[in-house]
Write a protein that binds this ligand. Structure first.
Ligand code: GLY
Length: 350
């Protein structure tokens, strides 16, 4: 069992271990006295873990209500957000009550944004149930919903009170969804940690889950602590995402987030290598590792389509987009590029 402190504007701990869910009530009891807990979950996760979490919470004296959204990115929309707000209001939740996000990245993002805005902010807890949510989206307080013109275009920085990563739940995660999360894990290796990258090269999908998840969370905690509001260093976590978000959008979300990030990392590493900004070996190592995890490295969309989709990237400042490029494994940098030059740059990675 590991505990990692996130020293953001509001500090909190991320707990990583096995069989945490049956004891959720006692973790929450240490920080919140009796109140109503509204669990937000999805149609895949709730049937698996809803009862266990509810039992633990009611057993420690909480009143529990729940709201289940359809599983999938399509649920992260303004209508679903309004429906959750209405559910909370109809159940008369007050600022002394609590939201719990029980699910993957979609549930975490929409619950966090609801928590940030309902009654101008109530407390919430992240219980991520996918690898992707454990290593990335549940930590750091980015909350959001999507708009038709792009992902995560409405949101807030709003930190949870605690994050509880029960790695036992990964046992029920379908393999393709686990592999999807591996793209984010690989991202941390490329960005900050050659040792983590090498552990993944050696062990492939049989990597040490507690070590790897804890390492990713620790790396993310350091980044969030240094740049909570995404003004500089935190933008590096966007490695593969500018291109990835564009691919997700163009594919109508049939390309999953992890697949899109994997393709984005491969294309950007190839751009970097072909522009003389990193060695070809760096690109080759990233490509090999993506293959080892059965992640894709290319897509049918043209450089022009990808560049066009990237124009709604949140990190665009006027006519400049900041891409994240690898210099070596474990060392990346922000590369400002004019939107006019983006297509020809991405062309080098296709
Ligand atoms: N998922 C990227 C970030 O939290 O900044």
């Amino acid at each position: 069992m590991n505990k990692i402190a996130v020293n953001a504007s509001k500090g909190y701990d991320v707990h990583i271990g096995s069989h945490l869910l049956p004891n959720i009530g006692s973790y929450i009891q240490q920080m919140h006295s009796c109140c109503t807990v509204a669990i937000i979950s999805d149609s895949n996760v709730w049937p698996l873990y809803g009862e266990c979490v509810t039992k633990s919470l009611t057993g420690t004296g909480y009143k529990v209500i729940h709201y289940v959204i359809p599983a999938g990115e399509e649920s992260k929309n303004p209508q679903q957000y309004m429906a959750i707000l209405n559910f909370l209001a109809e159940n008369a939740l007050t600022r002394s009550d609590l939201l719990v996000a029980l699910g993957g990245g979609v549930v975490g993002d929409i619950t966090g944004f609801t928590a940030a805005t309902y009654l101008r902010g109530i407390s919430y807890i992240q219980i991520p149930t996918s690898l992707l949510a454990m290593v990335d989206s549940s930590v750091g307080g980015k909350t959001a919903i999507d708009l038709p013109s792009g992902k995560n275009l409405v949101g807030a920085f709003y930190q949870p009170d605690i994050v509880l990563c029960d790695i036992s739940v990964l046992e029920t995660l379908p393999k393709p969804i686990f592999i999807d999360g591996c793209a984010e894990v690989i991202k941390y290796g490329v960005l900050f940690d050659a040792e983590l990258f090498s552990h993944l090269e050696t062990h492939g999908l049989s990597f040490d889950r507690e070590y790897v998840i804890s390492r990713c969370v620790a790396l993310k905690a350091d980044v969030v602590c240094a740049d909570e509001f995404d003004k500089g260093l935190r933008q590096q976590l966007n490695l593969g995402h500018t291109i990835g978000h564009s691919i997700e959008k163009y594919s109508n979300y049939t390309v999953t987030h992890g697949q899109a990030v994997a393709i984005g990392m491969a294309i950007i590493a190839k751009c970097s290598a072909n522009s003389g900004l990193c060695d070809q070996d760096v690109y080759a190592s990233i490509l090999d590792l993506l293959h080892k995890f059965s992640l894709p490295a290319d897509c049918a969309f043209s450089a022009m389509q990808i560049a066009d989709g990237a124009l709604s990237d949140k990190k665009r400042l006027g006519d400049t987009i900041h891409l994240v490029l690898p210099r070596s494994i474990g060392n990346c940098f922000l590369y400002p590029i004019s939107v006019n030059d983006l297509t020809s740059f991405i062309e080098k990675g296709k």
